[in-house]
Design a protein. Structure first.
Length: 112
DNA sequence: CCTTTGACTCACT
DNA sequence: CAGTGAGCCAAAG
């Protein structure tokens, strides 16, 4: 087994894959859960490669303000918003409504 | 091997 | 109260 093969990216994918439908999380939350709260940028960077992974709902990952900062990286800037609304998440002006209410913290949910 | 970037976040002005 | 700047860390070139 190539356990060492697991990199920061793989770790991020694993967490993002566990995001329940209709829920959203922030890069910092994932980074913090991984023990790298200061590497929040790396989370987004990892998502960039996650584009090829069908099990990684990058559209459920937004910045800590609930703003769809990464929408511009999708096929179309509307794709991210459409996917979120499709799951029941209201998005207005590229911002997730009730983000604080829908925010899913892996540190509290996945934390033992 | 060293340099640059990047879907963020915090802090100061 | 709002905007701009610097910091951080890891992967790709």
């Amino acid at each position: 087994m190539q356990e060492k093969t697991y990199t920061f990216f793989q770790n991020v994918y694993d967490v993002v894959r566990q995001i329940p439908e209709g829920r959203v999380t922030s890069y910092g939350a994932i980074a913090k859960y991984l023990g790298m709260a200061r590497s929040s940028r790396m989370v987004g960077y990892a998502m960039n490669a996650a584009h090829e992974l069908p099990d990684v709902p990058a559209h459920r990952v937004v910045n800590r303000n609930g703003l769809l900062t990464g929408k511009h990286h999708f096929s179309t800037p509307f794709e991210m918003q459409q996917l979120l609304e499709k799951e029941g998440v209201e998005v207005k002006d590229d911002q997730v409504l009730n983000f604080k209410q829908l925010s899913w913290n892996p540190t509290e949910e996945l934390k033992l």
